[in-house]
Design a protein around this ligand. Structure first.
Ligand code: AMP
Length: 386
């Protein structure tokens, strides 16, 4: 894809931006865009969508609805997305009417673990060993190539640890493949992880790249629980992760904000895991701890503006707030009373287990102090320690 002149022309405040998807990432995009003086259109079928309620215009229609896409394309100067499973055809349709970033081709890569890992390797990233499985006939070859221990992951629509199973024998593999519905899968070698980290970067149409500080991520039940920033890894490893993420972004001619998740192995290797073609939960710390946050950066990259200053102003720990702890909602006074702690709620009326309802950021002079503040705050909310 060539980046044409039309795509590098800056879209200045006053222009109208669109976001496909109305979850919390869309909501924070809307907030950033409004602060910067843009009008915003959200496409999301849910009448109660967190982003829709803050948008200038909320198009309540399916993501494939031709009339809604045409309306969005004619209202907007540029459109982005907040989730990777947007039908690629919808982004192509929008691209006939306005600027679209990231491109449908980049979303297509992120939608399929096989394409994603193949691209990662082609751009010089190490990945876990993997084998493609499309039917029962592929199980033997995949098992011979990968062996135990392994993880079977659906190629599409897996998130927050869903759509995957640990596999320790050939019999396990057959059962797991059937259990995942016989859909196309990857069998991945199970790696000895030391830590998990992520790089959130932005790339604009002038090939400028800006990185946020590398985040160290801890999960609970497959869902991000906390991000510790800066990640407690040696600087050369952080540098390696940034380099790999940048190569991947360039190789895909990616425009926008993207997150790349890596494993740091016990032997010091940095291994690509997956990418998200959008701002990411592990970048929510930027809302309070960086000169520019990841959503302002998404606006800047989309609009062809200079990328913002990504400097980390303070060590920070981000803690996710899931619906599990809403019985009823926690009493926020104990959190709001604490210096250095900032609460973000997504305006979701219904709390369900595993549903991301909000997060809080804890700022302190050192990473250890930020972590302590995060855990003390969690305990005082009565929602347990990590
Ligand atoms: P994913 O959906 O690929 O991000 O996987 C969810 C979680 O499973 C990751 O955050 C890791 O903790 C773990 N995981 C995924 N792939 C591997 C692997 N190849 N080896 C070890 N742990 C893994």
């Amino acid at each position: 894809m060539n980046v044409g002149a039309a795509e590098t022309r800056p879209l200045l405040p006053g222009a109208t931006l669109g976001v496909v998807g109305g979850g919390q990432l869309g909501r924070m995009f809307v907030l950033a865009a409004k602060v910067m003086g843009y009008k915003v259109v959200v496409l999301d079928p849910d009448p109660a969508s967190p982003a829709g309620e803050l948008a200038d215009i909320h198009l309540k229609a399916d993501y494939r609805d031709a009339v809604a896409l045409l309306r969005m394309g004619s209202l907007c100067d540029a459109v982005t997305t907040e989730f990777e499973n947007v039908p690629a055809g919808s982004m192509d349709t929008l691209a006939k009417h306005c600027r679209v970033a990231p491109a449908a081709s980049a979303l297509a890569v992120a939608q399929d673990r096989l394409a994603e890992k193949t691209h990662a390797r082609a751009s010089g990233c190490e990945t876990a060993p993997f084998a493609n499985i499309e039917s029962m006939a592929d199980l033997d070859a995949a098992w011979t190539a990968i062996g135990a221990p392994a993880l079977l992951k659906t190629r599409r629509l897996g998130y927050d640890g869903k759509g995957q199973a640990r596999v320790d024998s050939r019999a396990d593999l057959a059962a797991a493949f059937a259990g995942l519905g016989g859909v196309p899968c990857l069998l991945e070698g199970f790696l000895p992880l030391e830590r998990e980290v992520s790089v959130v970067l932005a790339r604009n149409a002038r090939d400028e790249i800006a990185f946020f500080a590398v985040a160290e991520n801890k999960h609970r039940n497959g869902i991000l629980d906390i991000s510790i920033v800066p990640a407690r890894i040696p600087e050369p490893l952080a540098e390696k992760a940034r380099d790999m993420a940048a190569h991947l972004a360039r190789e895909m001619n990616y425009i926008g904000v993207m997150a790349v998740e890596f494993f740091v192995l016990k032997d010091g290797r940095v291994v690509f895991n997956e990418m998200a073609p959008r701002p990411h939960n592990s970048g929510h710390y930027t809302l309070d701890a960086c000169a520019t946050d990841q959503f302002q950066q998404q606006v800047r990259a989309l609009c062809g503006l200079p990328l913002g200053d990504t400097r980390l102003l303070s060590p920070v720990v981000m803690v996710n707030l899931l619906g599990d702890v809403w019985q009823p909602q926690p009493s926020w006074e104990v959190l709001l009373d604490r210096p250095g702690v900032q609460l973000h709620l997504y305006g979701k009326a219904e709390a369900r287990p595993g549903r991301k309802m909000g997060h809080y950021n804890c700022l302190a002079p050192t990473v250890d102090a930020a972590l302590e503040l995060a855990m003390e705050t969690r305990a005082s909310l009565g929602i347990g320690r990590a």
